[in-house]
Design a binder for this molecule. Structure first.
Ligand code: ZN
Ligand code: ZN
Ligand code: ZN
Length: 133
């Protein structure tokens, strides 16, 4: 089943005020200390893998093993750093991309590994502006 739909395909939201929970695949490849994390967004995993292959060269080299440079923690520049066999790389990337749920509120860059956690974030931070303790 393919439920991937492009947001530009003219789909009207059912309720304009319902919290958005667009699931986007985000490339968190971090080329190194002095570079910025890629952060490109993709509608499908295939597009992302293709992008990883072409842009970050994870599959286009003769190397048998690839060190995963997926950024795990933006604050500490912590990357996955796992060495993965080239043949198994797209499967390895699954563990990162399958687990990314992005908050799609403008200006908010939060992402979570579980959708229910994202929903809680949205409820807490975007729907209750007057929630003083
Ligand atoms: Zn990328
Ligand atoms: Zn990894
Ligand atoms: Zn948010």
């Amino acid at each position: 089943m393919n439920s991937c739909q492009s947001p530009s395909a003219g789909i009207t939201p059912r309720h304009a005020d319902s919290p958005p929970c667009n699931r986007k695949l985000v490339c968190k490849w971090f080329p190194g200390e002095h570079n910025r994390v890629c952060n490109q967004q993709f509608e499908s995993q295939r597009d992302l893998i293709c992008h990883l292959n072409h842009v970050h060269g994870v599959n286009g080299t003769a190397k048998r093993e690839i060190r995963c440079q997926w950024l795990l923690n933006a604050d500490s520049s912590l990357t996955c750093s796992r060495v993965v066999r080239r043949a198994g790389f797209s499967r390895h990337v699954d563990v990162h991309v399958e687990a990314t749920f992005m908050c799609s509120y403008p200006g908010c860059k939060k992402s979570y590994s579980r959708q229910d956690v994202l929903q809680k974030h949205i409820i807490k931070h975007h729907t209750q502006s007057n929630s003083l303790p």
